[in-house]
Design a protein around this ligand. Structure first.
Ligand SMILES: Cc1cc2nc3c(=O)[nH]c(=O)nc-3n(C[C@H](O)[C@H](O)[C@H](O)COP(=O)(O)OP(=O)(O)OC[C@H]3O[C@@H](n4cnc5c(N)ncnc54)[C@H](O)[C@@H]3O)c2cc1C
Length: 378
């Protein structure tokens, strides 16, 4: 067992660190926006990191999207800017169904542009009513003329909503669910900004009003849309754990710097037992989260669907640990941890949604527990 990242991933960390350094001066502004920050977009485009999110055959860097590569890059970007992290990852989350299930025409039309950042991608699953219970969604896909389909309904809280060039949308299709590719300029598609959340994020609610799509808009097989959604989660859920590591390690660095320089009662805060204990617990949890994440990401390289429970464990543990680590960080910083838009205050807000999206913690616990008998009996 080798606990070191291979050189290719260490190089990627360095590559991401260069982009992160460029983004850092824009981070407070970008992370406060619910719309696209052009400077961050340009920095990502110039970096060519989006190549990691499509297969080599269509302008990508590796043969297939590598979950460990994505997780490692998200860790670095998220430590500096949630806007940069999200903009990076969404290119994969929104386009992965094309990479693994798209027709040759769909791949040729969209993936090279996704790799270059010329087209922004998004994935539309959540609806005003349907959240964790995805199968309760009500957006419908019905037959139009012989070779057209009609999409009606709405989606809510869609990352990259309003700025994406296309949406991969899951819709109810008679007794199944079909994923369709909806170009953003489709007549009948409109959007409004989602109410701003505690850590602003590019989010919009979409309405589909009798959108007529060609039959060729179907991604993969008709009524097999959930398979492609599962494939996407299998590769990208663990990358959220990677982003959580970024939040946690940035918070620990801030807290440690502060605790070792600020003195109270005649010695640095870090030399007071309870503060040292908080720092030690945070470091320990960060290390544990990192090992779990890298291992799950490595497992997902070869058998993403078969090891989704490991990705779920990594996402559950890393997001919950990040929440605890930033909370301790604020406590250690005292009043400075509360200053609006200070590093720690931003991390505190940014950690919170991570325990909800791409699998809320309690829902992940249920799916992990369901897998346990199989693991025990194997
Ligand atoms: C920043 C952000 C970005 C997002 N981006 C996207 C996107 O790009 N595309 C998209 O489709 N969606 C997106 N979402 C939506 C996200 O996927 C949903 O918020 C998530 O699936 C949870 O659904 P919900 O919010 O409706 O919560 P609900 O499903 O209503 O759940 C609320 C809470 O109830 C509990 N709960 C629910 N079901 C169970 C259960 N069976 N057992 C135990 N506890 C349960 C959990 O604690 C959960 O936190 C985004 C959300 C956020 C915050």
């Amino acid at each position: 067992m080798n606990f070191q990242l291979a050189p290719v991933y260490l190089d990627l960390q360095k590559e991401a660190a260069v982009v992160a350094a460029r983004v850092e001066p824009m981070a407070v502004e970008a992370d406060g926006m619910s719309t696209l920050h052009e400077g961050v977009r340009q920095a990502l485009a110039d970096s060519h990191l989006w190549e990691l999110l499509v297969p080599k055959a269509h302008g990508g860097r590796f043969e297939a999207v590598d979950p460990l590569a994505v997780a490692v890059v998200r860790e670095v970007l998220m430590g500096v800017s949630s806007h940069a992290d999200s903009l990076f990852a969404l290119q994969g989350i929104g386009s992965y169904a094309i990479s693994v299930g798209g027709s040759p025409e769909q791949k040729a039309q969209w993936l090279p542009k996704v790799a270059l950042g010329e087209s922004l991608a998004a994935l539309g699953l959540t609806e005003p009513v349907a959240g964790s219970d995805l199968k309760s969604l009500t957006t419908t896909l019905t037959q139009g003329s012989a070779d057209t389909l009609v999409l009606n309904g709405s989606k809510a809280f869609i990352s990259n909503g309003g700025v994406a060039d296309f949406y991969s949308v899951l819709a109810k299709d008679e007794d199944g669910f079909t994923l369709v590719l909806v170009p953003a300029d489709s007549p009948g598609l409109s959007w409004t900004l989602t109410p701003e959340i505690i850590a602003p994020h590019v989010l919009a609610d979409l309405t589909f009003d009798n959108i007529v799509l060609p039959a060729s808009a179907i991604l993969g097989r008709r009524k097999a849309g959930l398979e492609l959604v599962l494939a996407t989660l299998s590769v990208f859920r663990v990358s959220v754990a990677g982003a959580c590591l970024g939040v946690a390690s940035a918070a620990l660095r801030e807290a440690s710097d502060h605790a070792h320089t600020r003195e109270q009662f005649g010695k640095p805060l870090a030399r007071h037992g309870p503060v040292a204990e908080m720092l030690a617990d945070s470091w320990t949890e960060l290390e544990a989260a990192r090992l779990l994440t890298y291992r799950a990401a490595e497992l997902a390289q070869t058998n993403p669907a078969g090891t989704l429970h490991h990705s779920s464990m990594a996402k559950l543990f890393a997001s919950e640990a990040a929440g605890r680590i930033v909370d301790r960080g604020v406590q250690i910083m005292g009043r400075w941890g509360l200053i609006r838009d200070s590093k720690m205050e931003r991390l505190y807000r940014q950690a919170r949604p991570m325990r909800i999206y791409e699998g809320a913690s309690s829902v992940l616990r249920l799916s992990i527990a369901r897998e346990l008998p199989r693991e025990m009996n194997s």
